[in-house]
Ligand binder design. Structure first.
Ligand code: NG1
Length: 391
């Protein structure tokens, strides 16, 4: 059934530098793509069947037919991310053929680094390539952002956008409605370090419920504040931030919302203002200002948004003590990873301190290269030369 043509597609993971839990509020974010990626070697088939084998033995082979209504595998099954991509494309193009695919990845799983969206994007590019169909880049980001909700998470569109649209050497501000990416070069003497807390943030389990609950809370807070301000109920967060100064919005929120909703709202609007400040600090190479914004973001995520974890707080504290200019949890939280900023020449010291003070006491010093790495701002997803090895 499979043709003999063999292709390889690569989709990177991402680290979000700042702008956490606000993409689904329509506010801008500032991520960059990583060197670590999901790679799929594939053959086009002549029928709709799709067969996936993962080099990682934790993930059992998975098969389905590409169609507009693909039945889900049980929650938590990795094959659902491939199904999400296939279904999103099938809803747009009739009669797509499937692929035989070998999947491999050097991205830590459930670590807040978007291994799942990287799989969605890689799979979509593979199916598109096999069928010789194309979708303009911004449209594809949007299609896959919505498509990934197939797995049951009410996610925003940051991950698919940066995975497809990243530029090497740059972080990108992503604006939504309309979707737009604006790159800023990461200064050559800045080093972002990513460190995993050793706590999995399982998006198929409790973390998904907590994530979806945050999206509902933000929405409710937004409607109530808009109404109180005499605005339409469907006024967006970006529109609210244009309509009134942050201090006034926070005052109104304090007087209108429950304590919890008021704190969720405060995270969203303050984080929304930190993103353009961080982008400007990066463009101006203002290392100290960028570090302070990372710290403020972490505090807000920990105290107001309540998505941190004691192990993330510990890593952030240790990174700061070791000389990082700032550090914060990155991704959805509830476990996962932190990102810390330091000068390139200080990076070995910070890495050594985290190894000794975080990983060694937890018996994880040996695998430290898999748990912690220096982040290289990398290019977005691509189909590699035919016949190239996935490795
Ligand atoms: P991760 O870290 O991959 O679970 C999730 C969402 C993002 C964004 C962040 C929090 C998906 C696919 N990704 O990312 O859209 O909301 O949380 O900033 O749902």
């Amino acid at each position: 059934m499979a043709s003999t043509d063999r292709y390889v597609v690569r989709a990177p993971g991402r680290v979000n530098l700042i702008g956490e839990h606000i993409d689904y509020c329509g506010l801008s974010v500032l991520p960059m793509a990583l060197r670590q990626s999901v790679r799929i070697a594939f053959h086009p088939r002549s029928d709709q069947e799709t067969r996936l084998v993962n080099r990682d033995p934790r993930f059992a082979p998975s098969a389905f037919a590409v169609s507009e209504g693909i039945l889900r595998a049980p929650a938590g099954d990795w094959g659902n991310y491939a199904r999400a991509a296939a279904q999103a494309l099938a809803q747009r193009f009739p009669d797509l053929r499937g692929i035989d695919a070998l999947v491999e990845s050097d991205l830590p799983i459930a670590a807040g680094l978007s291994s799942s969206s990287a799989l969605v994007v890689a799979m979509a590019l593979a199916i598109m390539h096999a069928n010789r169909v194309t979708v303009p880049s911004l449209e594809l980001m949007d299609l896959l952002g919505r498509g990934e909700r197939y797995v049951g998470t009410a996610g925003g569109g940051m991950d698919q956008a940066i995975i497809l649209g990243a530029q090497a050497g740059c972080a990108s501000r992503i604006d939504f409605h309309p979707l737009r990416l604006t790159p800023t070069a990461v200064p050559a003497d800045w080093q972002f370090i990513v460190a995993w807390s050793l706590v999995h943030a399982e998006k198929s389990g409790a973390a998904r419920q907590a994530y979806n609950e945050r999206t509902r809370q933000c929405d409710e807070a937004r409607r109530l504040v808009a109404t109180r301000l005499g605005q339409r109920q469907d006024t967006t967060y970006p529109a609210l931030l244009k309509a009134a100064p942050v201090e006034e919005l926070l005052q109104v929120a304090g007087a209108t919302l429950s304590d919890v909703l008021s704190r969720r709202f405060r995270h969203v609007v303050t984080e929304g203002t930190r993103v353009p400040q961080a982008e400007a600090a990066m463009a101006a190479r203002d290392f100290t200002a960028f570090g302070e914004l990372l710290d403020a973001s972490h505090q807000s995520l920990r105290d107001d948004y309540e998505v941190s974890h004691p192990e993330l707080d510990r890593l952030v504290g240790l990174a700061r003590e070791a000389g990082a200019a700032g550090a914060r949890l990155t991704g959805a939280g509830f476990g996962g990873s932190i990102v810390a900023l330091c000068r390139v020449e200080r990076a070995p010291e910070v890495v050594a301190a985290l190894r000794e003070r975080f990983y060694a006491p937890r018996g994880a010093a040996d695998g430290v290269g898999r748990h912690m790495f220096t982040a290289e701002p990398s290019a977005g997803a691509e189909v590699l030369t035919p016949g190239a090895s996935p490795g």
